[in-house]
Design a protein around this ligand. Structure first.
Ligand code: NI
Length: 172
């Protein structure tokens, strides 16, 4: 098991649009990075982790939102949201914002197209937490963080909380 360093807001890589993964990027190096990202995500207690969060400015992420208590690990390379439906409002966290949870409005259902780690085209139709996670992680691939998805009021509140966490040394 190899753990990677998770970068915290406001490191620039989190605010940069990731490069698409190209043909030559597929192979054993990518597979081992993905495996390390799963280890890192689980060790940190998260359900999703995007490449920019481990300092790689590329468009891919891993997630494991259990279905009826059963682990369901998925890899999304070059994710594209093709359809959304409905609305959900709920608390969201992010491994790059340790200790911060804030209410964010998201689509209730997403259809997402991507490639898996072997380069095969995949499509998933997901709802609830899995949909929220896909939207959150796809945003990371595009240099967008969940602060950007909050209402102005919630964002100001979140920024104040971050400052407090930084001052008290809880933002390492
Ligand atoms: Ni995140």
């Amino acid at each position: 098991m190899a753990l990677m360093r998770i970068v915290h807001y406001p490191e620039p890589v989190l605010l940069t649009v990731g490069k698409p993964v190209v043909d030559k990027d597929f192979g054993t190096d990518l597979e081992s990075t993905v495996s390390d990202m799963f280890d890192t995500m689980r060790d940190a207690g998260g359900v999703g982790l995007a490449a920019p969060q481990v300092g790689l400015s590329q468009r891919f992420f891993v997630m494991d939102v259990p279905e009826e208590g059963v682990s369901n690990p998925l890899v999304f390379i070059n994710p594209e949201i093709v359809r959304v439906e409905g609305e959900q409002v709920g608390d969201e966290g992010c491994l790059s914002f340790p200790g911060l949870y804030q209410s964010v409005k998201r689509d209730m259902r997403v259809v997402v197209r991507a490639h898996d780690v072997k380069g095969e085209l995949i499509e998933h139709d997901l709802t609830n937490l899995a949909a929220r996670c896909v939207l959150h992680e796809t945003d990371h691939c595009d240099g967008i963080v969940f602060l950007d998805r909050m209402t102005v009021l919630k964002r100001e509140l979140a920024k104040r909380k971050i400052k407090h966490l930084q001052k008290t040394g809880k933002w390492e």
